[in-house]
Design a protein around this ligand. Structure first.
Ligand SMILES: Cc1cc2nc3c(=O)[nH]c(=O)nc-3n(C[C@H](O)[C@H](O)[C@H](O)COP(=O)(O)OP(=O)(O)OC[C@H]3O[C@@H](n4cnc5c(N)ncnc54)[C@H](O)[C@@H]3O)c2cc1C
Length: 394
């Protein structure tokens, strides 16, 4: 759950137009995580033939999308582009959970805990919240203390409660998107892909580990943390992978409802950015560490936890939620962050092949944008939108 703010004033109209892909063209999408899954669905609905391929399955445990839950919030400091992208995403999440009769979005609200009177990460988003009529509720330190008895507010100035945010059932959502993709006529293959050779500015085929090949008119590589490995010449310095940890603590039985009912929370200290998702389909009180971990191999990397990172997280949670001082760690998970250099998403051509596109760089904050990004990708390939300038390879 990276709390990136990026540069303000990014303008999606300052982008790159691409030659539209004619309707009926075949597109191979590699990667069935939040980005590839949603992009496949939107492309399919817009009369493209889509073959989706994933090495280990949608929302698998190696992927970034494979955890129980992900935060959904519009707040991005002074960055209106991502605020708007999230507003559209939220609309699409709600439409689809209604359409599929599945619980994807849990509207728990998001509590931003602020240390200073002015917290740009939150305050600078206020004009956009106002524009979209999704205003936050400001809670003074006293109001915060009175309302949330389990919270230590001693070192906080105030908090904002964003009643429109919450969390998404992440792994379940990937599988729901995948199921819809199949039911709506998409084709799926489970195998590990190697890009074939680029000839005369075009990729001609994909090679699968089982020896088969797949030919398409265009190829969209939405391979999360693996992008840098698949295209080392172009992306090894652009998409880097780090080891990130989340912990699930057991809550005291007597106060379980206070903890389970607590909103999603983000500690806006400007340093470590601990955050948490209480509840989690009964998996425990989840705390995430947003600080970048060590470099990581998403295929074979060791997924046992780093004791120091756990100790630091426990220290923080004991301070912020004193009732959890002796709580048992009941589950933990290591997930890879697929970091771009500036935290912006990546969507662009391969510099040497006009029919190869990269989609990735979720950088610890991409999951929630899956549907709106998928829609944008479809519009760009159709030729009705430009690729936003800040998504391009630099
Ligand atoms: C700990 C953690 C917390 C996060 N918190 C949040 C949050 O709170 N809110 C939020 O919005 N975002 C959050 N994110 C970020 C978000 O989860 C990611 O940005 C998003 O899931 C990325 O999706 P993706 O589809 O690009 O990548 P992935 O989910 O990794 O999907 C890539 C897929 O490609 C497949 N693949 C890779 N290589 C190949 C190959 N060669 N052949 C075939 N298939 C291949 C993989 O199997 C995988 O399924 C968090 C991430 C982490 C790790």
């Amino acid at each position: 759950m990276a709390t990136n703010t990026f540069a303000p004033g990014l303008d999606a109209t300052q982008g790159k137009s691409i030659e539209p892909l004619p309707k009926g063209s075949t597109i191979a999408v590699i990667g069935a995580g939040a980005f590839g899954g949603w992009a496949s669905l939107f492309l399919l609905r817009n009369l493209y033939k889509v073959i989706l391929i994933d090495a280990w399955g949608p929302g698998n445990s190696r992927s970034s999308s494979g955890d129980e839950t992900r935060v959904i919030r519009s707040t991005y400091g002074a960055n209106e582009f991502y605020f708007d992208l999230n507003v559209r995403a939220l609309q699409l999440w709600k439409e689809h959970e209604e359409r599929w009769k599945k619980s994807l979005f849990i509207n728990k609200g998001v509590l931003w805990m602020c240390y200073e009177a002015h917290t740009p990460l939150v305050d600078d988003s206020m004009p956009y919240a106002h524009k979209h009529k999704t205003e936050y509720l400001k809670l003074t330190n006293k109001e915060l203390h009175d309302r949330f008895k389990i919270l230590n507010t001693d070192d906080l100035s105030h908090a904002y409660l964003d009643p429109f945010g919450g969390c998404l059932n992440a792994r379940v959502s990937c599988q729901a998107v995948h199921q819809a993709f199949i039911e709506e006529g998409g084709a799926y293959v489970q195998d590990y892909v190697q890009p074939g050779l680029i000839n005369n500015g075009r990729l001609t085929e994909l090679k699968l580990l089982n020896g088969n090949t797949i030919k398409a008119d265009a190829y969209l590589f939405a391979c999360g943390s693996w992008l840098g490995r698949l295209f080392p010449d172009v992306l090894s310095n652009f998409i880097t992978c780090t080891k990130q940890e989340v912990y699930y603590f057991g809550v005291p039985h007597k106060e379980a409802t206070l903890y389970e009912g607590f909103p999603v929370w983000i500690d806006a200290d400007g340093k470590d950015f601990y955050y948490g998702i209480p509840g989690n389909s009964f998996r425990g009180f989840k705390i995430g560490v947003d600080k970048r971990g060590e470099a990581f191999d998403p295929t074979d990397g060791d997924r046992t936890i780093n004791e120091q990172v756990l100790q630091d997280a426990r220290k923080f949670i004991t301070h912020r939620f004193p009732g959890l001082a002796n709580s048992p760690l009941i589950e933990n998970r290591v997930c890879p962050y697929e970091n771009s250099p500036d935290g912006n998403f990546l969507f662009d051509h391969h510099p040497e092949a006009k029919n190869v596109f990269f989609l990735g760089g979720g950088s610890g904050h991409g999951f929630k944008h899956g549907p709106s990004l998928g829609e944008l990708v479809m519009n760009c390939l159709k030729g009705t939108s430009k690729i936003p300038g800040h998504f391009l390879l630099k």
